[in-house]
Ligand binder design. Structure first.
Ligand code: SF4
Length: 136
């Protein structure tokens, strides 16, 4: 697909993060307490600042961590609908440039991600904690 860098997908984000996403983002030097929040449901999500994702650079209109952005951001505009279907988000003005093959491939990755995040969230609920090293 083509991206017009409109930044709409980074507005009021509720992007869910896997442990792997959080680890990859921390390796860039940011601390998880700054860029994420974990809800009562045990799911960790990107944090917003001034109405956009913590990582969105307002001046440059770009993602500061594009190369290691969360898996859910890389599969966008392919999303999981409230009805439980893999669809193209109507919000994305470039959604029409997603090919059928891309929709299928990103949909597969997205479903795997959702399963991983659900399993990890359930782990947190049951008191399971990973010993994580924080960056200096
Ligand atoms: S991580 Fe990057 S691509 Fe994902 S919502 Fe934040 S600014 Fe946008």
């Amino acid at each position: 697909m083509r991206c017009s860098n409109c930044g709409l997908c980074c507005e009021e984000t509720e992007m869910e993060l896997s442990i792997r996403d959080v680890d990859a983002l921390e390796k860039t030097g940011y601390r998880r307490e700054k860029f994420s929040v974990t809800g009562e449901d045990g799911i960790t999500r990107l944090r917003n600042v001034d109405g956009r994702c913590f990582f969105y650079d307002h001046a440059e209109k770009r993602c500061r961590v594009y190369e290691v952005r969360p898996i859910g951001c890389s599969t966008y505009p392919v999303v999981y609908s409230a009805d439980g279907e893999v669809v193209i988000d109507e919000l994305c003005p470039m959604g029409g440039t997603v090919s059928d093959q891309e929709l299928m491939e990103k949909g597969r990755i997205l479903l795997e991600l959702i399963k991983t995040i659900e399993d990890e969230g359930a782990g947190k609920h049951s008191g399971f904690q990973l010993d994580k090293k924080k960056p200096q």
